[in-house]
Design a protein around this ligand. Structure first.
Ligand code: SF4
Length: 388
């Protein structure tokens, strides 16, 4: 297992060693000797670093990625600690929120243009961005198109996590604006679990949303699942993996349940049966083998605090469908400029490895009220990754 390794980005070590010319054996041994990491986890880090290596090498010196946060969801999942708000309660903020976001897009777009930065990936996350109506999505996409030069974008993602927010109109809007990657996140394909975790949809809704997305021309679809959801057995998790892979998404991320301090789950732990470490191990091992059999390879990996059994989250993709954004953010190899409530901008100096952060306030209401301050916080971007 992970031995003494505590960081959330264990692959960084393998990447650094690869850069210095270390061999596979040397890298695996390094993890095992210095951190008492098991052979299989050390090998997993090496394998991920190998997939990431050419992608990291393809980043432009003056390249940046853009993250746009939409902190609204239809309801709040049991395990969620995100500031996301059930749109029922805070939906009234959405129009003003979008207006402020439009201002931030324009402001930051201008800075990046003056810097000579090249936008390489755009990621609209949340929350659930598809909580917005098709019209609101089109407004947002139009602002992004107007604010940034998208001619060098290599990947453009919209999270459409909750199938109950996905409609044909929204998918057509996504497709019309050249967005080539979406996430549809089932987490589980078991009806009982979907109810427990507070989702307002069935597993059939997930399947329907997936087919609709393909029909609307979405080429790259990611699906997230979670090992160790409350009251789920190995058999139920296995069923989820099999059902999801029947759809053949291009990218499947296998998360391990983590108990977030401010989640509803944490307040009601006595109501649920949590999966023990050996069962989680069976789940993640099964998923790894099954996804390998489906032609996918692990391409990014991270760990979180309070994960059941101290495991990891791993993204598996078909070759050529690795998410650039996921790699950039996890390995901290490109500046990510984050806009919207809760956005955390990270500028990465690739020469020195120095990372600086700029925080936006989290709550939509605060973001709207303090938008001028959020804009001025972005002024420090005037010096990043210039045309060198
Ligand atoms: S969809 Fe994601 S962000 Fe929204 S409530 Fe569920 S876990 Fe939280």
């Amino acid at each position: 297992m992970w031995g003494q390794m505590t960081g959330i980005r264990p692959v960084k070590i393998a990447s650094a060693l690869l850069e210095k010319g270390a061999s596979r054996e040397e890298i695996i041994e390094y993890y095992m000797k210095n951190y008492e990491v098991s052979y299989e986890k050390a090998e997993l880090c090496f394998n991920v670093a190998k997939v990431e290596e050419p992608i990291a090498g393809s980043i432009r010196k003056n390249g940046v990625s853009i993250y746009i946060g939409i902190p609204f969801c239809p309801t709040r999942c049991l395990y969620c600690s995100f500031v996301t708000n059930g749109a029922g309660r805070t939906g009234k903020y959405i129009p003003d929120y979008l207006d402020c976001l439009a201002r931030e897009i324009e402001y930051v777009g201008e800075i990046l243009k003056n810097n000579g930065n090249v936008v390489e990936s755009v990621y609209i996350g949340g929350g659930t961005p598809t909580t917005l109506s098709a019209e609101q999505l089109r407004f947002l996409f139009q602002k992004i198109r107007g604010g940034f030069d998208l001619s060098n974008v290599r990947e453009y993602t919209v999270e459409a996590g909750r199938p109950d927010t996905i409609t044909r109109d929204k998918l057509i809007a996504i497709s019309d604006f050249g967005i080539d990657r979406i996430s549809i996140n089932p987490q589980s394909m078991n009806e009982k679990t979907l109810k427990i975790i507070g989702r307002n949809h069935t597993s059939q809704d997930i399947i329907d949303a997936y087919h609709l997305a393909r029909e609307c021309g979405i080429k790259n679809i990611n699906m997230d699942i979670i090992a160790g959801l409350p009251d789920e057995t190995f058999e139920e998790f296995k069923y989820t993996v099999e059902k999801v892979e029947e759809l053949s998404p291009d990218d499947t991320t296998v998360h391990t349940m983590s108990i977030k301090r401010s989640s509803r789950l944490n307040e009601m732990l006595d109501k649920y049966t949590l999966t023990d470490g050996s069962e989680i191990r069976k789940m993640v091992d099964f998923a790894a083998e099954y996804l390998k059999g489906a032609g996918k390879h692990p391409y990014y990996l991270y760990r979180q605090k309070n994960m059941l059994g101290n495991f990891e989250n791993v993204g598996y993709s078909k070759p050529g469908f690795e998410s650039l954004y996921n790699i950039f953010i996890m390995e901290e190899i490109q500046s990510i400029i984050s806009l919207g409530g809760g956005g955390v901008t990270k500028t990465v100096d690739r020469e020195t490895g120095r990372i600086e952060r700029i925080f936006n306030v989290k709550e939509p209401k605060d973001y709207i009220e303090r938008i001028d301050e959020m804009l001025s916080r972005k002024d420090v971007l005037k010096n990043i990754n210039k045309n060198d």
